[in-house]
Write a protein that binds this ligand. Structure first.
Ligand code: NAD
Length: 371
């Protein structure tokens, strides 16, 4: 079997789904590898770093040879149109972002695995790109917040006295939020955090942060958060307003799978923050947890800086490419048997992640979203 990698069509995407160490492992498994020239440049890697890889000039040449295509984001339409029937496409495919894309994959008889759909069971953790990239994004949120804050994160003692540490509030304590908490703590800030899932209290406290209790808990399907009722929203807002007003830094990471991000912090709550405070809204791209944040921009709201950074994992492309490549290897390796691709449809991980196969939409929820 031949694994292929093309250059990303998005100039802001610097991650590459295959790193040299993983290329070596694929080769040891008997796979061939074909990559488009320049595909690894964003992650500071060149042809000499990949002795096992055959380099070609165009994406079309990759598609002509590859049985399996690895991607970090959905390929653009023209590339999809060049996929051969039976090609196996694996990566982050944003299954709910474009019905036209799903239909094109279906019509082209591509076997597509969208890793956003990966069942979150223990065995699949090593394949979980959303988690690895969520952790990277959470780390980056804390670093960006520290760089934009008008205060030091740590307590600082100098000849004329002591400066108090910054107060950080993290809303949404999933994979990204927990990494933001851990990073802010390592930088010495005093951290508080809040999530609607009650089990996060223990996780937050084990990182040395204080849990903000609003009395609202909302666990839905699969252990994820569910949308709040209007009454719950009011109760949450009342309790959170105090915590927001008392923080120098607000980092928000709240999400509900397949939905627009919940708006948790209103403009009035932001107005209650002291001048010089900073807000980093990780959810800005999917609608925003904070009223007023704009994806990809810095907005000034009174004395508060509102940041909606995008492409966060791409800002550390060397390490995030490594993470993605290992996740993809762990997902793909069981399919590589005796030089061919053999998919065991009885495997719940593969069956749960498949989006299209043999001209059909195989994922029930993705199928429903098409109609
Ligand atoms: P996510 O990105 O979907 O959501 C981020 C966080 O936002 C979640 O913790 C959610 O509870 C929170 N949230 C939603 N609405 C909120 C609101 N109104 N106010 C405050 N917080 C709100 O979630 P995620 O980080 O991808 O993962 C969430 C869950 O999945 C966790 O339970 C995590 O442990 C679990 N998980 C399991 C595995 C596995 O077992 N393989 C892997 C990864 C994650």
């Amino acid at each position: 079997a031949v694994i292929g990698v093309v250059s990303s069509a998005d100039p802001a995407e610097r991650r590459v789904p295959l790193v040299p160490d993983v290329a070596r492992k694929l080769s040891a498994l008997g796979a061939g590898i074909v990559m488009q020239r320049g595909a690894a440049r964003g992650a500071c890697l060149g042809e000499a770093d990949y002795p096992e890889v055959t380099w070609v000039d165009s994406a079309a040449e990759v598609l002509a040879r590859a049985d399996v295509l690895w991607v970090v984001d959905p390929p653009p339409d023209d590339l999809l149109a060049g996929l051969r029937p039976g090609t196996v496409l694996i990566g982050l495919l944003q299954p709910y972002a474009s019905a036209a894309r799903v239909q094109q994959l279906q019509e082209r008889q591509v076997t597509s695995f969208a890793l956003e759909l990966l069942p979150r069971i223990s065995r699949a953790q090593s394949m979980d790109i959303l988690s690895s990239q969520g952790a990277a994004a959470g780390y980056q949120c804390a670093v960006i917040a520290a760089a934009h804050c008008s205060k030091f994160f740590p307590m600082l003692t100098y000849a004329a006295g002591t400066i108090r540490p910054a107060r950080v509030l993290v809303i949404g304590a999933g994979v990204a939020g927990l990494q933001a908490i851990a990073t802010a703590r390592r930088l010495g800030a005093v951290v508080e955090a809040y999530d609607v899932r009650p089990e996060t209290r223990e996780q937050v406290e084990s990182l040395g942060a204080r849990f903000v209790d609003t009395g609202v808990s909302a666990v839905g399907a699969g252990g994820y958060a569910r949308e709040l009722t209007p009454e719950e929203l009011i109760q949450q807002a009342a309790k959170l307003a105090r915590a927001v007003a008392g923080s120098d830094v607000l980092i928000t990471t709240a999400a509900i799978p397949g939905r627009r991000a919940p708006v948790i912090v209103t403009a009035a709550m932001v107005a209650g923050m002291t001048a010089g405070s900073v807000v980093v809204d990780l959810a800005a791209e999917s609608g925003g947890n904070v009223e007023g944040t704009v994806a990809g921009q810095e907005v000034q709201a009174g004395g508060v800086r509102l940041l909606g950074p995008t492409h966060l994992p791409s800002r550390m492309p060397v390490h995030t490419s490594e993470m993605v490549a290992r996740n993809l290897l762990n997902f793909t390796a069981p399919m590589l048997r005796e030089g061919t691709v053999q998919i065991d449809w009885a495997d719940e991980v593969l069956a749960g992640t498949v989006m299209t196969h043999a001209g059909e939409v195989r994922h029930a929820q993705v199928g429903r979203a098409l109609n």
